[in-house]
Write a protein that binds this ligand. Structure first.
Ligand code: ADP
Ligand code: MG
Length: 323
């Protein structure tokens, strides 16, 4: 590499605004380890995500957007647990040192880090096919993290926003179609810079009985809550919040399919005893109630008359065994 490894780290990452150490981080980039402090009575929440070129994002993806998206998808797991974000590490594998690419990537990463209130505390830099591994750290009071277990029969099933926009954006991302600016801009923003629902996650602490962020599609991810909690989840298809932009781009049947089975929205899905809905609204959060938990197992999709619908496709999984 023309630019040495250490100069690269210094110029693009250690010098980034998001690498400045403030509260919670006693030691950041530059030593063998970072040192993180946790307030008394708090647990460390940790999650890792890897994005591989050609698998998780298209070849030749804009570097600035990639920086934003890589951190957003990783940080969303903290929101899902009700954790307060602290910082992250970045393991970067690059095919070559391209200063313009690195500059744009670091700026995108920086903008998402500042929006999320997260500091870059370390990482690793290697040569190879483009891939990014981000490990995120957050803090949560002992015993208050929201898990996928805990949903009880009678709880409402809710989601934190419209679904299907990232999946609906894919044809635009891949350059397979175009759309008018308002639709195109909104959908591309949702795909490249999803906003982790941190405020909602914090508000749900002590109220929700189970939660996760929707990364693989509503039906597939609700299946995780159902399995971990030992309940059945019923979803009323007509209550699933569809995206006006996806409806405009692809029509409502496609928008419904994207909302049910498309991944990458990073909205929170959670179960909530009905009496807590008002408390959540008073805090300024108006989730969409899409169904409920019952005794039993699995996820069922119902039409307006309460009849079960068989969805076409559950969600996206790597390495799924073929039937
Ligand atoms: P070591 O050999 O001790 O693992 P490195 O030489 O890999 O350390 O990294 C030197 C310092 O730079 C460490 O503090 C490491 O966390 C940081 N670092 C390396 N790559 C990155 C990166 N892509 N982003 C942020 N920090 C990085
Ligand atoms: Mg070392």
């Amino acid at each position: 590499m023309a630019l040495g490894e250490f100069e690269l780290i210094r110029r693009y990452f250690a010098a980034a605004a998001c690498a400045r150490t403030v509260n919670g981080v006693a030691l950041g980039i530059g030593d063998d380890c970072a040192l993180l402090g946790l307030p008394e009575g708090e647990q460390l929440a940790v999650s890792t995500d890897t994005l591989v070129e050609g698998v998780h994002f298209p070849q030749g993806a804009p570097a600035h957007r990639l920086g934003q998206r890589a951190l957003a998808v990783a940080a969303s797991d903290l929101a899902a647990m009700g954790a307060t974000p602290i910082g992250f590490t970045l393991a970067l594998t690059l095919p070559a040192v391209a200063p313009a690419w690195l500059q744009a990537f670091a700026e995108g990463l920086d903008s998402m880090a500042l929006a999320c209130g997260m500091q870059l505390v370390g990482g690793d830099t290697t040569r190879g096919p483009l891939s990014l591994t981000l490990t995120v750290f957050g803090s949560v009071p002992v015993g208050q993290a929201m898990t996928r277990q805990g949903a009880r029969p009678g709880d409402l099933l809710c989601v934190g926003g419209t679904l299907g926009e990232a999946a609906g954006a894919l044809p635009l991302v891949l350059g397979e179609c175009t759309a008018a600016a308002p639709v195109s801009d909104l959908l591309l923003e949702r795909y490249w810079a999803p906003q982790p629902q941190f405020a909602l996650g914090l508000a749900l602490r002590g109220l929700a009985t189970a939660a996760l962020d929707i990364s693989d599609g509503l039906l597939a991810d609700c299946g995780h809550i159902a399995a971990a909690s030992g309940v059945a989840l019923e979803i009323e298809q007509s209550s699933v919040p569809l995206s006006d932009a996806v409806c405009a781009l692809a029509g409502s049947p496609a928008a419904l399919q994207a909302a049910l089975s498309g991944g990458d929205d990073y909205r929170l899905a959670f179960t909530l005893p009905a009496q807590h809905l008002e408390a959540l609204r008073l805090q300024g959060h108006t989730p969409f109630v899409i169904g409920k938990a019952l005794a039993g197992s699995g996820v069922r999709l119902l039409d307006e008359r309460g009849r079960q619908i068989t969805p076409r496709q559950l969600g996206y999984q790597h390495f799924r065994e073929q039937p």
